[in-house]
Design a protein around this ligand. Structure first.
Ligand code: HEC
Length: 144
């Protein structure tokens, strides 16, 4: 065992404590997010087809929860990118990526708008309808 001067041992202990507290704090937050993500993904698998009424509700939910940043009909604003865009076509950002974005947030990586915070108040079955609505807009714009 290496013998270290007492000062170095004290510093190491302090760091260990900081890391431990950080890990506990992250775990708490991630547990909630992960649980909501799991519940949404389970629904994604069991909702093979959305009705016209579901898509209309998806539009209302999008306007309420997403449009402030992503714009009317997902056309983008100064706070967030358009989602009717090739970057977000299903082959590049599948439904899983949408569920993850809404439930756990997004770190800025494609654009320079900043991070997207998780959307807290939206329920799993509502997220599915919002995704259905965005996919409809994408198809209408020829993005498949
Ligand atoms: C407070 C602003 C804000 C709100 C509200 C918001 N977003 Fe975002 N969203 C962003 C920004 C900014 C990005 C781009 C991050 C980047 O640079 O890639 C983003 C990215 C995304 C992405 C891409 C994720 C990826 O993996 O790259 C999806 C999908 C998305 N948002 C869906 C939604 C949906 C659906 C809603 C509503 C339920 C919503 N967002 C609400 C700001 C927002």
């Amino acid at each position: 065992m290496a013998v270290r001067p007492p000062a170095a041992r004290g510093t190491a202990r302090r760091w260990a404590l900081v890391l431990l507290l950080a890990a506990v704090a992250c775990d708490d937050r991630d547990a909630g997010d992960a649980e909501r993500m799991e519940r949404t993904l389970a629904q994604l698998a069991t909702v093979p087809h959305l009705t016209q009424a579901d898509l209309e509700e998806g539009e209302r939910l999008f306007d309420r929860f997403c449009a402030a940043c992503h714009g009317a009909r997902a056309s983008g604003t100064e706070q967030g990118p358009p989602l009717v865009h090739r970057v977000y076509e299903p082959a590049h950002h599948g439904d899983y990526a949408f569920v993850r974005a809404v439930t756990t947030g997004v770190r800025a990586h494609h654009w320079s708008f900043g991070d997207m915070p998780p959307v807290e108040e939206i329920e799993p079955e509502q997220i599915i309808k919002v995704i259905g609505y965005i996919r409809l807009l994408q198809r209408e714009a020829g993005i498949r």
